[in-house]
Design a protein around this ligand. Structure first.
Ligand SMILES: [Zn+2]
Length: 196
């Protein structure tokens, strides 16, 4: 995994930002009014983050980035549906972003509700339904169930994205697109890349 970070300038930029966040050495890049004006005519983000809507996991903060740096798609439980795949396709195919990070996190409410088989109202069962494959994959593993399900989910989402995004399979094969699973630990503030 060290190699992938060393060889991918965008991934390195993300992980270095997270190191600054963990160390409380934030530089808050690209947040000036000059940067805002500069971006008026177009955006060229260097990474796509699919993360959870949880208010405690904002990618721009965790990776110490600013305006125009990250293309962020957030949905409870960082799951996939057609709109989410379409949002990611837009950034890959039309903004030429070549790095996608799927980031799960500790203390995820959507994951916990899935693990607890909570009876939910309204549209909420859609979320636990989407997390069920991860639950089934992880339910018999030793250790913390919610953490195991969150980890399994990012792995499954990465695989599904690689297969379902338009042109993604060949782009991944040709090295034009990198999709990585990651996990944010709320205790340490650290984002870990998971083995691929
Ligand atoms: Zn969450």
């Amino acid at each position: 995994m060290k190699d992938i970070v060393a060889n991918n300038v965008d991934l390195r930029k993300l992980m270095e930002g997270n190191k600054r966040y963990v160390a409380s050495h934030l530089i808050h890049p690209d947040q000036s009014s000059e940067r805002r004006f500069e971006l008026k005519h177009g955006q060229h983000p260097f990474a796509i983050i699919l993360g959870c809507s949880d208010s405690r996991v904002p990618p721009e903060v965790l990776f110490d980035q600013g305006l125009g740096d990250l293309y962020v798609v957030r949905v409870a439980g960082n799951v996939l549906d057609q709109m989410i795949v379409a949002s990611i396709e837009f950034a890959v195919l039309h903004l030429d972003v070549s790095l996608v990070m799927v980031m799960g996190h500790s203390q995820c409410g959507a994951v916990q509700a899935t693990c607890n088989h909570d009876q939910l109202e309204g549209h909420l069962p859609n979320l636990t339904f989407a997390l069920n494959p991860a639950f089934n994959q992880a339910k018999d593993l030793p250790g913390d169930l919610a953490e195991n399900v969150a980890l399994a989910n990012v792995g499954l989402v990465v695989e599904e994205l690689k297969q379902t995004g338009a042109h993604f399979p060949e782009m991944v094969k040709e090295g034009k697109l990198t999709i990585v699973p990651a996990y944010y630990d709320m205790d340490t503030g650290k984002v870990d890349l998971l083995g691929t």
